[in-house]
Design a protein around this ligand. Sequence first.
Ligand code: ADP
Length: 278
Amino acid sequence: MSGSACGGAAPASCPSQDKLTANLSGIKNKIVVLSGKGGVGKSTVATNLAVGLSLAGFNVGLLDVDVHGPSVPHLLKLAGVVPGFENGVLQPVPWSDKLGVMSVGFLVENRADPVIWRGPRKTGVIEQLMREVNWGERDFLVVDCPPGTGDEPLSVLQRLQPEAKVVVVTTPQQVAIADVRRSISFCRAVGAPIVGLVENMSGYACPHCGKVEELFSADGGVDLCAEMGVPFLGRIPIDPLLVRDGDQGNPFVAQGRANPTAEALQAIVGKISADAKI
Ligand code: ADP
């Protein structure tokens, strides 16, 4: 796999960037799901957002470029699937007729193998999945981005500008809040607009009575949004069913549950689609 012809930030006249832009020109809305660090539920949110949008009738692509832990194939029961090639072009793997998926995980032979690529190779593969996959015409492309504010998320945001919007996922603890503050500043430095912030693992949803109990400090995300002028998209409680569904490859939003977690996820899907251009 080759990297970008120009390397680094995309200059205006870079042929590789022009090809990437042309390849994604049939996509109306590009949503990058970002987090300050790993383990906050970014892939869970990205996957349920993509599935939720597809179930709402939109034509959706889900691109998992989290090179450090590509978990989307597992979350959608697609692990081990080999994507097709047509006329030398990689095809998204269909989860349904409304949702096509591509993941770095499909390119790694053994699921247990770590992705041991040096930085330029990682960004090269990420760019290739944006540039050389047959994404076609879609209402949304949801991108599960590597966490943090390093080279890989920088490459995703730079290559997708000026159109991509960011959803930042965080947890309520103060350390995560400090990370997310960095993520917001990072997006602003790159010029990527932020659709809003999702506070995940916020309170505990009791599987018996459905009530949500606060565990840690509440409203960290709301306060941060107010302070930094970012919309608050909602809070998703800690829910054992979300873990079980993810482990079994059944996206939570497709299970037809009526509980606070389902309501929170649906509300986020609703806000993202209301903000979109269709
Ligand atoms: P990230 O992409 O940020 O590394 P993941 O989406 O892979 O995080 O989630 C990490 C773990 O946390 C997974 O086991 C997932 O099932 C679990 N998880 C995510 N969100 C929740 C939640 N709201 N309640 C309970 N567990 C969650």
